[in-house]
Design a protein around this ligand. Structure first.
Ligand SMILES: *Cc1c(COP(=O)(O)O)cnc(C)c1O
Length: 373
């Protein structure tokens, strides 16, 4: 008996993307096998982390890498690493930062809430977030002004959906921090297809959620300069104890990285684009719904389907349509950020054709009673 039946859990069709409250992603058979194998074995965890570092370095071109519990943990541990370096007395003292520089600067528009406030990841290490510029924009000059003083690091965020306002130049921001001798950490949690680009900004550490598009079990990849990665690993003797990677997390993430190496990205991209355009085409035939493909804003190689709901013809608002989809069985979850403007967004990457059919059928049913009015 499967967990859905045994525990009476709802069936969910997740069209919200790599969304943590819905279980994030679907792992391939190869990744599931790697996790199953790991769970049955013992490993010398230092040796496993060393192997992970080598493999991450090979796959990304970075000097080193390590695996921690998740990207949120990676932010806290990267901040901790910037404050302590390799010093064990400092590692054991955190979150007490007496005698350490502890200000972490980020552009105000990057102080997002991805389920909780990102500045809390900074505070968890004992550091103090300091915001530069305004929510709408932060110039390199404004950033530089705040980087002076007791700063210990600069944190930048790259996200398709969370960052709003005028984008800051990542390379410009990295250069400004480096001119002041400060390390830069980039939270690119859902940007695993752009790791090379993010490293090329000169950032010291790039942080990735392995469970998002890589579709590994929950794990955070910390990728970058060997010295910085070593300082993150040093946190295992301190606050990192409660943020450690599991053996199955590490081996699942490595299997997912291996799989990514053999992925034909152009073919994958074509397949995703076709899926999106086919779906939009079918949705467009439903009266009162107009659908179009919208490319990812941050540069991930995917598009999402935006459904514009005409309430007069469908008989309910976009928000009500989302609610109806959610209340059904299976429960269909879509992105509602723009529902006020009549738009629902769907991400199709992990969905199979039967699930796509179900979504189309349900949209069709919901609009049909109003068809002749
Ligand atoms: C998902 C996400 C995180 C948190 O990642 P976890 O691996 O779930 O901890 C952090 N930052 C951004 C921008 C995210 O999208």
């Amino acid at each position: 008996m499967r967990a859905h039946e045994r525990y009476g859990l709802k069936r969910v069709i997740n069209a919200r993307g790599t969304y943590t409250p819905l279980g994030v992603s679907r792992s391939s058979e190869r990744v599931r096998e790697a996790v199953g194998e790991a769970l049955a074995e013992f490993y010398d965890m230092d040796e496993l982390q060393a192997a992970a570092s080598r493999r991450i370095a090979e796959c990304t071109g970075a000097e080193a890498g390590t695996v921690v519990h998740c990207a949120s943990a990676a932010i806290t541990l990267a901040v901790a690493a910037c404050m302590t370096g390799p010093r064990i007395d400092r590692v054991e003292a955190l979150p007490d930062t007496t005698g350490m520089n502890n200000r972490v600067v980020l552009p105000a528009g990057h102080a997002v809430n991805y389920g909780h406030p990102i500045v809390q990841d900074i505070r968890l290490a004992g550091a103090s977030p300091v915001l530069a510029g305004s929510a709408d924009s932060c110039s390199i000059n404004e950033l530089d002004g705040v980087l002076s003083g007791q700063s210990v690091a600069c944190l930048l965020l790259v996200s398709s959906r969370l960052v709003h306002g005028e984008p800051i130049s990542l390379t410009g921001a990295v250069a400004a921090a480096h001119r002041r001798g400060l390390p830069v950490v980039i939270d690119g949690a859902a940007q695993d297809m752009r790791i090379g680009e993010l490293l090329a900004t000169g950032a010291d550490l790039v942080l990735i959620s392995a469970q998002k598009y890589l579709a590994a079990p929950t794990a955070g990849l910390v990728i970058g300069r060997a010295e910085s990665v070593a300082a993150v690993r040093a946190q295992e003797k301190g606050i990192g104890r409660s943020m450690k990677a599991s053996k199955e997390g590490i081996l699942g993430a490595l299997a997912a990285l291996d799989e990514r190496q053999t992925l034909d990205l152009l073919q994958w991209r074509d397949r995703q684009a076709r899926k999106v355009s086919d779906f939009a085409h079918r949705a467009n035939r439903i009266p009162g719904i107009s659908a179009r493909a919208v490319p990812d804003r941050a540069g991930m190689p995917i598009s999402r389907v935006h459904l514009h709901i005409d309430p007069a013809r469908v008989g309910q608002s976009a928000g009500a349509v989302a609610e109806t989809l959610r209340a059904g069985d299976p429960s269909i979850r879509v992105m509602e950020d723009d529902a006020e403007n009549g738009v629902l967004a769907l991400e199709l990457v992990p969905l199979d054709s039967a699930e796509l059919d179900t979504i189309i059928e349900r949209l069709d049913e919901l609009s049909s009673p109003h068809r002749d009015s």
